[in-house]
Design a protein around this ligand. Structure first.
Ligand SMILES: C[S@@+](CC[C@H](N)C(=O)[O-])C[C@H]1O[C@@H](n2cnc3c(N)ncnc32)[C@H](O)[C@@H]1O
Length: 239
């Protein structure tokens, strides 16, 4: 009888030149301070590096046009050799649903087979689980779906002040202590001025809760902020 041997773990580093080219081609980053001409993923390198350095068991991502954030985080999970990623996006489209629902949405996540094929291009189909629903609907069902607590989150769904606030509070509610949360689009000045977006305004509110959160903002391109959650119970004061 043939002996059954465990598969040896083979370390991998995903960010080859080819991989970065396909990220630019198929995951189409926008507003992440990226530059395709010199293969610079901009904030994408931060997303990948954070997930490598922190080794999160569970990453949750809310909203993505073509999956740039999802791919950067998922490749890190793949290279870590463990972890899972939950991606929530109802697949709104600017043309179909209008600018009050989404600016960057293109209906990319309509068809579950195409969505799986998209992840397969990057070798992360076993890591990412997509829920085609709003974040509000998913959080209402979080326990029932038996989703684990969050170690690292990325919020880039609806950008209205009320929705960003809801997403942030809900994420913190189901996060571990010392988890980290990214908020994308902290630097979209005109949309904030027109009250079409409220990410920066929300960031100012949480900056006041110094016992609960540590914040660093990167106000380049569309901007991204990184928040360390010191006290997950803080959501009770924010809600
Ligand atoms: C493309 S991303 C963000 C694009 C860009 N950063 C911007 O400024 O709008 C927006 C995505 O969020 C999704 N989205 C919109 N509302 C959402 C919600 N309530 N829950 C989860 N995702 C949502 C849309 O379907 C879309 O794919």
């Amino acid at each position: 009888m043939k002996a059954i041997t465990a598969q040896p773990y083979e370390p991998d580093f995903s960010l080859s030149e080819n991989m970065i080219q396909s990220i630019f081609r198929d995951a189409k980053p926008f507003g992440h301070h990226e530059d395709p001409h010199n293969l610079n993923l901009g904030f994408g390198f931060i997303y990948y590096a954070m997930a490598r350095a922190l080794r999160p068991k569970h990453i949750l991502i809310i909203g993505s046009g073509y999956g740039f954030s999802v791919i950067c985080f998922a490749l890190a999970v793949r290279d870590n050799g463990s972890g899972q990623l939950t991606f929530i996006d109802p697949s709104y489209s600017l043309l179909r649903d209008g600018p009050l629902k989404t600016i960057g949405g293109r209906g990319t996540w309509d068809d579950p087979e195409k969505v799986k094929a998209h992840w397969r291009k990057f070798g992360v189909e076993g890591i990412v689980t997509h829920y085609q629903m709003t974040s509000e609907a998913l959080f209402a069902d979080y326990k029932k779906k038996k989703l684990p607590k969050i170690d690292l989150a990325f919020i880039d769904g609806s950008h209205t002040y009320e929705d960003v606030k809801k997403d942030f509070v809900n994420v913190v509610r189901v996060s571990r202590k010392n988890s980290y949360v990214f908020l994308h689009d902290t630097n979209i000045y005109f949309r904030e001025l027109l009250h079409h977006a409220g990410v920066k305004s929300w960031l100012k509110v949480i900056a006041g809760a110094k016992e609960a959160f540590q914040i660093v903002d990167f106000p380049f391109a569309s901007g991204v902020a990184l928040i360390r959650v010191l006290d997950p119970k803080a959501w009770e004061q924010l809600a």
